[in-house]
Design a protein around this ligand. Structure first.
Ligand SMILES: C[S@@+](CC[C@H](N)C(=O)[O-])C[C@H]1O[C@@H](n2cnc3c(N)ncnc32)[C@H](O)[C@@H]1O
Length: 461
């Protein structure tokens, strides 16, 4: 019933019933007491959690009146607050004796640390420092990178009583995003991380949402102990009978939390740097620097522009403009660092749900450099450069394989490719991959798997 515009601005993406049910189950498994604990959902929306809880409490023969005093929500959208109250009343089978859902801004509402469970699928989206009140954000975010969901996470830990549970359905970027190091450290220092669930079958789970989603379950209190095991269950419409895998979090508080592997994953022991390859984000933001975008070549200091869509795995990349074959040119001083003048490859920096791979790389046709002396790439790309073109091509062949893509997905939770994570991704050593490639007649998929296994066997041996 909401317009796409309102939905986007308030980040109103409702939790599907199967996910809400599974999330409530997780809370119960780690000790939430349906018969006693007070609950807060500070972004109550369509009451996905509160109405599910009302239904469970009703089924447990709890008095509707008592339940209505234990369930609490805050929702910024007045209409949704009304809808939520109705839904909860319906699940309880009785009119509500009080306003279970308060209409208001949770981030500006004083909240006491009194809840046995704070559960939310909070709004997501960047906010500027000007729109943030108070100074609590400092504990969980970097000043230039404040996301609403991090603010709600801070609020949730604040609102839980000592040993209360915090259960959040949030973008997986918090697990691995380099700029979420503060949030990871905050969570670990404010309690014990009990589970990090992944939502399976992302397609269509959340209307309009192109993010991987996780479910964080933590108990407020003493900081997370280094050796404590954390469950990593898979949650969602595609239910799996497989038991959740357990592993410890990394030692450093801010370090990324990778997903566990489903079976033993071989460790290659190398990174892109071992291939002599440097990765950096594409430079040119066309809609901010339209003046540089020239209609015709031949103008002084005009360099061809490589767009993300020019990158196709397994093909040489050549610049080609938005309108078919015509190449777009941009003007830069000849000594600008924006211009790539040597052997290079380009990667897509954002992929969508329809693309089977996150990592898509292509060598740039050497003829591009020969003809125009260099090229510039747009900001939706990542540029890979290296002194040795053969080693660069070797790295590109490797990046385009399933084993590398899978390892990348395990650490990254978002559709955009992070340059930092790319630099850190575990790869087989160049000599191992080159040998495996020769032995497999150039079949990079087979060679990548073999090279990882070889490196791992050497480490274990
Ligand atoms: C991602 S939705 C999820 C809602 C709910 N958990 C559900 O699944 O039905 C987030 C909700 O937070 C609400 N919201 C956004 N900013 C808010 C704020 N500052 N205070 C309270 N609610 C807010 C939105 O209107 C939206 O309903």
């Amino acid at each position: 019933m909401l317009s796409a515009k309102v939905r986007r601005s308030q980040a109103t993406y409702f939790t599907p019933p199967a996910v809400a049910d599974a999330t409530v189950d997780l809370a119960i498994e780690v000790g939430f007491d349906l018969g006693r604990d007070d609950v807060l959902d500070p972004a109550a929306g369509g009451a996905a959690f509160l109405s599910t809880l009302a239904g469970r409490m009703s089924a447990a023969d709890l008095q509707p009146e008592h339940v209505a005093y234990r369930l609490n929500g805050i929702e910024i959208d007045e209409g949704l607050a009304i809808l939520s109250r109705r839904l909860i009343a319906e699940r309880l089978g009785a009119p509500l004796p009080r306003d279970v859902i308060v209409a208001g801004d949770a981030l500006r509402t004083p909240i006491l640390a009194s809840y046995g469970l704070v559960i939310a699928n909070p709004p997501y989206g960047r906010v500027s420092l000007d729109d943030v009140t108070g100074s609590n954000w400092e504990d969980i975010s970097h000043s230039g990178h404040i996301n609403k969901y991090a603010l709600f996470a801070e609020l949730s830990f604040r609102a839980a009583k000592p040993r209360g549970l915090v259960v959040l359905v949030i973008p997986s970027s918090f697990r691995a995003g380099p700029l979420y190091d503060r949030m990871r450290a905050f969570i670990r220092s404010h309690g014990e991380v009990l589970a990090v669930g992944s939502i399976s079958g992302r397609d269509g789970v959340f209307l309009d949402v192109a993010q991987d989603i996780s479910v964080l379950v933590a108990r407020k209190g003493a900081p997370h102990q280094a050796g404590s095991r954390v469950r990593f269950p898979v949650i969602g419409p595609l239910l799996t009978a497989a038991p959740a895998i357990e592993q410890t979090l990394p030692v450093e508080p801010g370090e990324a939390w990778p997903l566990p592997t489903t079976d033993h994953e071989a460790v290659g022991g190398a990174t892109l740097a071992d291939y002599g390859v440097t990765a950096r984000a594409g430079y040119f933001v066309w809609n901010r620097e339209k003046a540089r975008l020239l209609a015709t070549p031949g103008q002084d200091r005009a360099y061809p522009l490589v767009w993300a869509k020019n990158v196709q795995a397994g093909k040489l990349c050549s610049p080609s403009g938005k309108k078919g074959d015509v190449v777009d040119f941009v003007s830069f001083p000849a000594d600008s660092t924006a211009i790539v003048k040597g052997a290079a490859a380009v990667m897509q920096r954002t992929t969508n749900d329809k693309q089977p791979r996150r990592l898509i790389a292509a060598m740039v046709d050497p003829a591009v450099i020969e003809r125009w002396g260099g090229f510039v790439t747009e900001n939706h790309t990542i540029v890979l450069t290296g002194e040795d073109p053969d080693r660069l091509a070797l790295a590109v062949a490797l990046i385009n394989t399933d084993p590398v893509d899978m390892r990348y997905r395990r650490v990254s939770g978002t559709a955009s490719v992070s340059v930092t994570l790319l630099r850190q991704i575990d790869l087989p050593r160049p000599a191992d991959f080159a040998a495996a490639l020769a032995a497999s007649d150039g079949d990079a998929e087979t060679a990548a798997t073999a090279a990882y296994r070889r490196a791992d066997a050497l480490v274990e041996g």
